[in-house]
Design a protein around this ligand. Structure first.
Ligand SMILES: C[S@@+](CC[C@H](N)C(=O)[O-])C[C@H]1O[C@@H](n2cnc3c(N)ncnc32)[C@H](O)[C@@H]1O
Length: 366
């Protein structure tokens, strides 16, 4: 679709920008986009001082439902560009401004293996084999000597690239996306020291809803590790995953269950007593049980293949697989092929690594 645009010249720009801001505040997605600019202290700094005349250009909705707003200078150059994601009549985005702010503040700490993200570094011992082994079930043979050569993987909420890098080292072409630009810069900087990653790893500062218009059915797998508990709208996230995954592609999620135990151990103990992660990292209300996540996935055209419990040992700083999903868990789901209707139930061919009785009851506990 060719974007038509309505072009409204205004003078002075400060007055218009203020009006635009006021209007925009009615929309959470827009407020967020502006918030991103404010966060970095660049956008408004660039808008207000000394721009003699400018305009607001509003593009018509793109096929994926995003609408782009731009502030442009008189010479036509863009001062800032803001994306507005809408589904139906309501604006919907995955991005929670408070989460953006939180991760922006931590951006310099990704590669400190003993710092705020130490538990994510050590989680690689479980999640890398989990992704690799499930992918090898659908991947035909070796290309170029590496296990995942020929596979295209999207790492959503990649942070500093802690998971993107090892997946690229296994031979996959990896794209890491994160809305926090500083995270992306850190990830790029870190990977640039390894020439083997240069061709196989790229990063972009964006959300999956922004990516979904250009990358339809483009990835063999998506990894979303320790992300969904930070999203504003998990449903939008899942819908976008469905759009960008190839039919038969795999979605890997690791996250935290919504149980009393996860409140006590995941928030009170991990954040406030042991400082394994900084206080305020998690909001218990945003945790999601495997049962609820599975339901959302299945109503959006995915079939959940396996769910496994994960346990962190604060003494050794290491992770192990666990029978129980009461705290952390890893999930693998497959995008149904064309011929399968969206909310199908599990076929007999699917191997599920969790039992449907006691474990489901435990997952339901909240
Ligand atoms: C706990 S970190 C996990 C980072 C990485 N996946 C890992 O496990 O090493 C959560 C990441 O999600 C990012 N994030 C927050 N909201 C997001 C959104 N709506 N879309 C994509 N990423 C988001 C944050 O900036 C942060 O980098």
């Amino acid at each position: 679709m060719r974007p038509s645009s309505c072009f409204r010249p205004v003078r002075p720009v400060a007055g218009h920008a203020a009006a635009m801001l006021r209007k925009a505040l009615g929309s959470s997605a827009f407020r967020l986009s502006l918030g991103l600019g404010l966060q970095r202290g660049r956008v408004l700094g660039a808008i207000f001082p000394g721009i003699p005349a400018s305009a607001c250009r509003v593009h018509s909705p793109q096929p994926n439902g995003t609408r782009r707003h731009e502030l442009v200078r008189t010479d036509g150059s863009t001062v800032c560009s803001l994306h507005h994601y809408s589904t139906g009549s309501s604006s919907r985005t995955t991005l929670d401004p408070s989460e953006f702010k939180k991760f922006q503040a931590l951006a310099s700490r990704w590669w400190d293996e003993r710092g705020a993200f130490a538990a994510l570094h050590s989680m690689n011992s479980l999640r890398v084999p989990f992704v690799r082994d499930n992918l090898l079930k659908i991947h035909q043979g070796l290309q170029g000597g590496r296990l995942l050569s020929g596979m295209r993987i999207l790492d959503v909420g990649c942070g500093g690239g802690l998971l993107s890098e090892p997946l690229a080292r296994l031979g996959a072409d990896v794209m890491g996306v994160d809305p926090v630009e500083d995270n992306v810069r850190i990830a790029e900087l870190h990977s640039s020291s390894d020439p083997a990653l240069r061709e196989r790893l790229q990063y972009r500062a964006c959300t999956i809803e922004e990516l979904s218009s250009e990358e339809r059915e483009a990835f063999d797998a998506i990894v979303a590790s320790e992300l969904v508990e930070h999203l504003l709208d998990v449903d939008v996230f899942i819908q976008c995953c469905h759009q960008v995954l190839k039919p038969g592609g795999l979605l890997f999620i690791t996250t935290i269950n919504k149980t009393k135990l996860s409140y006590v151990l995941g928030i009170v103990v991990a954040e406030h007593l042991l400082h394994i992660v900084p206080p305020g990292t998690h909001t218990w209300e945003k945790f999601i049980s495997p049962v609820d996540l599975e339901r959302m996935l299945e109503s959006n055209g995915f079939c959940v293949e396996s769910i496994q419990g994960m346990l962190f040992n604060p003494l050794s700083g290491s992770w192990s697989w666990a029978e129980s999903t009461a705290l952390n868990y890893a999930l693998c789901a497959v995008k149904g092929r064309e011929e399968q209707p969206p909310s199908h139930t599990h076929g007999p061919e699917q191997q599920r690594t969790h039992d449907g009785g006691a474990a489901d009851q435990e997952r339901r506990e909240s």
